[in-house]
Structure formats: C-alpha cells, structure tokens
Design a protein around this ligand. Sequence first.
Ligand code: HEM
Length: 437
Amino acid sequence: MLFEGLELVSALATLAACLVSVTLLLAVSQQLWQLRWAATRDKSCKLPIPKGSMGFPLIGETGHWLLQVFSKIFSHEALQNYLPKIRLVIQDTLRAWSSCPEAINVYQEAQKLTFRMAIRVLLGFSIPEEDLGHLFEVYQQFVENVFSLPVDLPFSGYRRGIQARQILQKGLEKAIREKLQCTQGKDYSDALDILIESSKEHGKEMTMQELKDGTLELIFAAYATTASASTSLIMQLLKHPAVLEKLREELRAQGILHSGGCPCEGTLRLDTLSGLHYLDCVIKEVMRLFTPISGGYRTVLQTFELDGFQIPKGWSVMYSIRDTHDTAPVFKDVNVFDPDRFGQARSEDKDGRFHYLPFGGGVRTCLGKHLAKLFLKVLAVELASTSRFELATRTFPRITLVPVLHPVDGLSVKFFGLDSNQNKILPETEAMLSATV
Ligand code: HEM
C-alpha cells in the first residue's frame, strides 16, 4: 500500500515537473522570439510587435492593408512575372555547381541561392555579384545572432547581430534608393515595387526605415525555409533514383525534356508547371517528411476546449507541424518517402483539413507559400533536366531540426551537367537579371 502511494506521488511529481518544463520552455522560447524582434529592429520603427504568430512586425495585427498588399505580391500574375527570373537564377547556379571540380556543400549553396533569389527576383536589386557575396556573409552573421540574449557587450552575439543589421540596412538603403531613382526600362514589377506602389494606393506611403525593415523580414522569411526544403529535395532525389526517373518521364511526356535527355528550349509557364502532377506530389512529400519549420505560436483569443482540456483566453500555445505530420492517421507508412500518396489514386491529404500543414494554417499561414512551391518546382525541373548528381560521401548525413531542418555538415554532392556545353556560365544571364531594374 505504502509502495503504491509512493509510486503515485512519484508519478504526480514527474507529471508536475513535465508540465513546469513545458510551460517554461514555451514561455522562454516565445520571449526569445519577441526579444529577437526587439533586438534586431530599429528603435525608430513604430510598428507594433504582434502577439503570437511569427511576430513579423510589418505584418502585425494592425496592418490589415498589408495583407492585401501581400496577396498582390504573391498573386498568380506576379508569380508568372517572377518565374523566368527565378529560372535564370537557378539555371545559373546549377551551371556553377556543375562546373565546380569539387563536391559542393548543398545546404550552404542552397542558402546562397535563396538569398540571391530574394535579392535579385523578389527585391529586384541589381547589386554587383561581388557586393552580393559580401552582403550574404553579413546576412549570415545577422541570422546566426538573431536568437542571442540582448546583452550589449563587445564580442557578444547581440553586438555582432546589431552590427550586421546596421551594415545590411545600409546596403539595403543604397539599393532601395538606386531602385527608386531608376525606374526606366523596367520589364516587370518585383515584390518591392508592388509593396511601394500598393502602400501608396492605400494612402500609407512607407518610410525608408519601414522599407528596410520590410525587405529584411521578407529575406528572413524566405531564406532559411526555402534553403532547407531545397536541400531536402536534392537529398531525396539522390536517395530515390526511381522518383527522379519518374519525374524525367513526366517532363518528357510534357515536352519539357527531349527523349535524348537535353532540355527543350522555350519558356516555362505557370500553367505548364501546374500540369506536372507527379512533380507536385514530389514537392508535397518533401514538405511532409522534411518540413523546414517545426511549428508556430498562437495567442488564445477565446477560451476553448480540446480533448477535454480547457485552454484559457490569453494563453500562449504552440502547434507542432512536425508532430502533426508524424501522427496524422491519414498517412500510411508515415516514415516512408512516397510521393504517390498524394497522387489522384490515393490523395491521402484530402481527408481532413489539418493533417498536412507545412506552411502553417489559418489567418497566419505562410504568405510566401506559392512562391516557395514555385521555386522548389523550378529547381526540381532544372535538376531533372540539366543535371546529373552524385552523393560525394559514403553515407547520407544525419538531419538536425534546429533552427530549421537541415543535414548536419551540409550535404556533399558532386554535380555534372548532362550536356557539357551547359557548364559554361552564360554572360547574358547576368545581363538579363540586371535588366530587371
Ligand atoms: C519552403 C519554404 C517555406 C516554408 C516551409 C514556410 C513556412 C512558414 C510557416 C510555418 C509560417 C508560420 C505560419 C504560422 O504562424 O502559423 C510562415 C510564415 C510566413 N512566411 Fe513562410 N515559409 C516558406 C517560405 C516563405 C517565403 C519564400 C516567403 C516570402 C518571400 C515567406 C513569407 C512568410 C511570411 C511573411 C510569414 C508570416 C505570416 C504572418 O505572420 O502573417 N515564407 N512560413
């Protein structure tokens, strides 16, 4: 009897310890997230830091008009405009990877690629390649120190983060000013143009500080997540050659890849990409098994009940994307990489709205999800049609989940072009990209 009583006390003590740890973890991590914005944004920025969600100050609860602007930035028409530029950036990068005699670190290179995409395509900056490389290094320093405690001492992470932010903001201000002055000969509107124009239409002309904060946040949202997903895509294509071959068959059937192997000339349109159903399944499956972000925060607006537990108004709650994907009953053999689960015959994601949410859900769902999916699709098409690639290590690397999912020590891969002529970096690529401003 005494023994049973002790067991009960010990079980209750363990439960209490678990609850305290989870609560503390939640409170500390949310506090750090808030500190991150307080520490990295400029003191003169008056936009409020919203409660819950990702906490992007620019898209806070009060900025409803901005949500409308963002729907324009990622509209079908805008994506169609970005597509050729995204393709050029990816083709140029794959050529460089293929012409490198050594194996490349895919995760590191994917980070550079998404940074380049954000700067060149989304923001339309025509920064020379050398300066872009420097800006990328500074940006990495900023990201590495974003979660540091705000202790302003020499050599502290906080000081390094603040210094990096100042350099970045200087670079961004220069690029924004040049862009505002040089509007002639533009062939399309990038996200920054739409942001500037639409905010004027809403009678809220943005200050230089808001523009700098906004651009920095857009890069931040796009950079790590898309680099993580791109790396996972390449890793899965390497692990599953049959999937890559099936993808190539689909590209051949749609006339995107010649039967001999080399890619067909011509433009890639959004509707062509939408018609590639197997490609869609592959991207969905990568995002299910290797979701870059673990979850998100919400503030409870109204007391509600979940599985018999009451969650009071005002509490902070965390939802887990990864656990949802791992435990959702709709997915058969959850740990198996199987793109066909999303095919018409099975459509495993169609049962229930909240089993599959790589981009979050509800009103704070990822605003850039269509752009991210477009980017991943173009990367897969270009990989399948212009590249041969091999793992350069004996085994696949271990995966770590923080800050976003990625392979430990990157992913070492040797790239070869399918056609040796394609290994040359074409000078016109740079010219076409800089023609955006
Ligand atoms: C594979 C790539 C990406 C993944 C997995 C991803 C995932 C997410 C997730 C899970 C959230 C949080 C949603 C929530 O709080 O419930 C989010 C928010 C956000 N994402 Fe993405 N994202 C990706 C790419 C992008 C890109 C390319 C952009 C824009 C260029 C972008 C812009 C944003 C913005 C602005 C938010 C904040 C939305 C808000 O708080 O209202 N994301 N993303």
